[in-house]
Design a protein. Sequence first.
Length: 158
Amino acid sequence: KNIDINVETDVESVDFRKLKKELPSSIGWMKRTSFEGERAGVLGIKTSVATATYESGTKEIKISIVDIGGFKSALRGLAIWSELEVDKESDHGYERTTEIDGYKAFEKYDSRKEEGEVALIIEDRIVVTIEGENIDEGDLRKALKKIDLDDLEDLTDE
């Protein structure tokens, strides 16, 4: 029996070099300490990934931008939260699906561990994920503000 993996073969993923240009050289006082990108494919399906790590002392933020191109089923693996509605809170943090600048998003933060994540989806194909350790809650949103989401959306039109 054939398995439908929901692939649009005429949709090419954005070159990872263009995605890398969208990653800032610093986030506030945190300097970029690593920077990489790649394009990988199998059976004509190509995805592009750009990542950067930012550090200052014990504080660390990692940003990844992934373009799944026409491989729509990959979105489930990268952002299962996009199909859920989550709104959870405790004395030490939260986890929720939300909307940021008009994009479906997910946020979580644990104040005991001082770690969290913000992720969002652009045009049902680009997933931006920001993860932080030993950081304050607001640092994740500060990092997100350093990325031009409109530029990423424009890349999907090229």
